[in-house]
Design a protein around this ligand. Structure first.
Ligand SMILES: [Mn+2]
Length: 425
């Protein structure tokens, strides 16, 4: 009976995308999240007397020319080495051989399998062989599995591979291969990396994505960590996720249909957070919060959206005792006004609504506005930004909807009648 840990996609010191600084946000702790998660991994291995860790690529997010990130990883490996823990790893697309200008020779307990061809490592203490191949360059378009060696008879054979199999949404299709290719090798366990979601893809043989060690942006929600595999004397496997993340990304939807006052909006946000945050335990929360619903409060939100967002941030800071970062607030509410009725009336708003409708439906109306965006286009060329395609009916419709949701309540509010309530409170 023995156990090992399967880890991948540590992306150490990866810059957290969209890290908006604001007073009260635990920015420094958030920045250190990938390091802290790696520390957690090492602590878990030492506390549980694990003697083998296999690492399926993407330790680093990118080249680390200042050596600090490499030093941090090396130091953690050394902690493992002091206790006799062996680490066998391959490089992935993010830390491919030719993309890392800076490198350090790692401590003796770490083996990096080669990139020119697959390599095999045999454990000095366990009945285990690990086979794997590192990425030589960022984009590996070939099926690497075919050249992997035959299993070593009498040993427990682990295949290490950085791949999206035959394709996984949101992940570049590197080192493509099928489950049939993997099964044909006759290994006992395939330790895969690259896909950031934990997934037990198959059981005969076991094919597993352990997921990333620490979520890094709003699309990487859910518990993150590594996988622990226990192999008993009959060769039966127990595969379980070990949660090691220190910062959890969550999407919180708040429906404020029918809400009139901003105070009631904030109360709805507070109760949604009181439900969403406790299951995270002591972890930091990175929250993308979405306000939805048809409501009179919409008119007040569009008058000063920055204030609404700041108030939500303060509220989250306060109720979580500085353990929450509101990454983004999506304002997806719609006005309470009945636009169909409004557009029938003989008022300036009705005329505006009809003009917007025409813009939405007829591209010639847009042309007739005489918009000339060539200058804007020229200025942003090469920046990676692009102008919305106004010839696309879906894009036009979405833009007009935004304009309508913003303009009509502002015009209605300009009469002043509906805005007194908050002040009277
Ligand atoms: Mn990758």
């Amino acid at each position: 009976m023995f156990s090992f840990l399967h880890v991948a996609d540590i992306h150490l010191d990866s810059p957290l995308r969209g890290l908006a600084r604001y007073e009260g946000a635990p920015v420094e702790e958030i920045r250190g999240a990938t390091r802290q998660a790696l520390d957690n991994l090492v602590n878990y291995a030492l506390e549980n007397a694990i003697s083998l860790i296999v690492l399926a690529g993407d330790v680093y997010d990118a080249d680390c020319p200042d050596f600090q990130t490499l030093l941090h990883f090396g130091h953690q490996m050394s902690r493992l080495g002091e206790h006799g823990v062996q680490v066998v790893m391959i490089r992935g697309n993010h830390d491919a051989d030719n993309s890392m200008t800076a490198s350090l020779t790692l401590p003796d307990n770490v083996t990096v399998l080669p990139s020119a061809k697959p390599g095999t490592w045999r454990s000095p203490s366990l009945p285990v062989a690990v086979h794997g191949q590192s990425y030589a360059g960022r984009e590996v378009a070939t099926n690497l599995v075919r050249d992997y060696p035959s299993p070593v008879p009498g040993l427990f054979n682990i295949g290490l591979l950085h791949t999206a199999l035959s394709g996984r949404p949101g992940h570049a299709p590197y080192a493509p291969c099928t489950l049939t290719d993997l099964a044909a090798k006759g290994y006992d366990y395939w330790a895969l990396g690259h896909v950031h979601e934990f997934e037990q893809v198959a059981q005969a043989p076991h094919v597993v994505f352990c997921g990333c060690l620490q979520g890094r942006h709003a699309r990487e929600t859910g518990a993150k960590g590594c996988v622990r595999v226990d192999v008993d004397d009959q060769g039966q496997l127990l595969v379980e996720q070990v949660v090691l993340d220190v910062l959890r990304w969550i999407l919180v939807d708040v429906n404020i249909s029918g809400v009139r006052r901003l105070d009631d909006l904030y109360a709805a946000v507070a109760s949604a957070l009181r439900v969403a945050l406790p299951p995270l335990g002591n972890r930091l929360a990175a929250v993308r919060l979405r306000l939805q619903g048809q409501c009179a409060a919409h008119a007040r939100i569009v008058q000063d959206p920055d204030k609404v967002i700041a108030q939500i941030r303060l509220l989250a800071t306060d109720l979580s005792r500085h353990r929450t970062w509101i990454e983004k607030v999506l304002l997806d509410t719609t006005p309470e006004l009945d636009l169909a009725v409004l557009s029938q009336a003989d008022t300036p708003q009705a005329g505006l609504l009809r003009a917007l409708k025409a813009l939405e439906q007829d591209p010639d109306e847009l042309t007739a506005l005489g918009l000339d965006l060539r200058d804007v286009q020229a200025r942003i060329s090469g920046s990676g930004l692009s102008l919305p395609d106004l010839d696309d009916p879906k894009t036009r419709s979405a833009l007009v909807k935004d304009v309508r949701n913003m303009l009509i309540p502002m015009l209605a509010g300009a009469s002043g009648a509906s805005l007194e309530e908050d002040h009277a409170h």
